[in-house]
Write a protein that binds this ligand. Structure first.
Ligand code: ADP
Ligand code: MG
Length: 285
């Protein structure tokens, strides 16, 4: 069998996929004075407070190493805050849970399972029968435009397609929060643009809260309701920029006044922060 990646497939047309079980009443995130200190002088997150309303799409933007993943991981339950608290729908986060789906930069699919069974894995572990779990998987694969590949193995898929399976898998337990850590960082520009539109389509249909980590300003502005900017290490939240572009977002909006204004605001903040980080690294060498 050829190991060449298959070509990208077309995305499902808008409105073709089913509507969510979830209304944006769930997925309320409260990050309250969170500090994460790994010891050895490294404070990864410094007194971060942020409230995200159900169904909001928030991008966390900041220079590399500023603590974006660490902050997101406190919401995921992989990292414990040294002080402060994180709540989702009023419940303090102490461990990972099915209410929060994760998508990472590098896909983490099981290579020995078919695409369908990769997506069905979560519901199966949660106690669904195999037929029901596979039915859920198939409906999610339809949403990400990969129905034709359900019987294939991850090894034959392109990078973009693997990430689409990763998104389907993260959604398979119908979480109220989707946490995405630079999920499109390794993709080429065209695939990335297509993935962004597909993600917005899914977000719209699911009514799910999204925290999306990126260091790409254009990506943040294109996707987000709010862009939250993090400072260079030790990571503080320094700006919360509302993006007032209409939805559905279209690539052509990148030339609109609101888009350019939000982008310029982010660029200036990131430029100052990146310079500061650079100076800091040079000083501590
Ligand atoms: P970003 O995602 O913005 O690139 P991270 O959250 O991965 O940044 O890292 C922030 C800082 O915390 C970095 O200095 C990193 O080296 C440090 N760090 C991250 N995870 C750990 C860990 N498990 N133990 C010690 N230091 C860590
Ligand atoms: Mg990171």
């Amino acid at each position: 069998m050829s190991t060449e990646p298959l070509n990208e497939t077309a995305l499902p047309p808008l409105g073709k996929t089913r509507k969510t079980h979830y209304k944006p009443e769930k997925g309320h995130i409260e990050i309250d004075h969170v500090t994460v200190d790994f010891g050895g002088g490294a404070i990864a997150v410094n007194d971060a407070s942020l409230e995200i309303m159900p169904g909001e799409f928030v991008c966390l933007l900041g220079p590399s190493g500023c603590g974006k993943s660490t902050l997101m991981n406190t919401v995921a339950g992989f990292v414990h805050a040294t002080s402060g608290s994180v709540k989702v729908d009023g419940v303090t986060i102490e461990a990972p849970g099915q209410d929060r789906g994760m998508v990472f930069q590098q896909h983490s699919l099981f290579p020995w399972k078919t695409v369908c069974d990769n997506v069905a894995f979560g519901p199966l572990m949660a106690g669904e029968g195999i037929d029901s779990a596979r039915a859920t998987a198939r409906s999610l694969l339809e949403m990400v435009g990969l129905s034709a590949y359900e019987k294939r193995f991850p090894g034959v898929l392109s990078g973009g397609m693997k990430q689409r399976v990763g998104i389907a898998r993260a959604l398979a337990n119908y979480p109220s929060v989707l946490l995405m850590d630079e999920p499109f960082g390794a993709l080429d520009a065209q695939t990335r643009a297509m993935m962004q539109e597909n993600l917005l389509q899914i977000w719209d249909e699911f009514g799910i809260t999204v925290i999306f980590v990126t260091h790409d300003i254009d990506e943040a502005v294109f996707l987000a309701d709010r862009v939250v900017v993090m400072s260079a290490s030790p990571g503080r939240l320094i700006a919360d920029i509302r993006v007032d572009l209409p939805r559905p977002r279209m690539p052509a909006m990148a030339t609109s006044e609101d888009y350019i204004k939000a982008k310029q605001q982010c660029m200036e903040l990131i430029r100052v922060e990146s310079l500061r980080a650079f100076e800091q690294q040079r000083a501590t060498g």
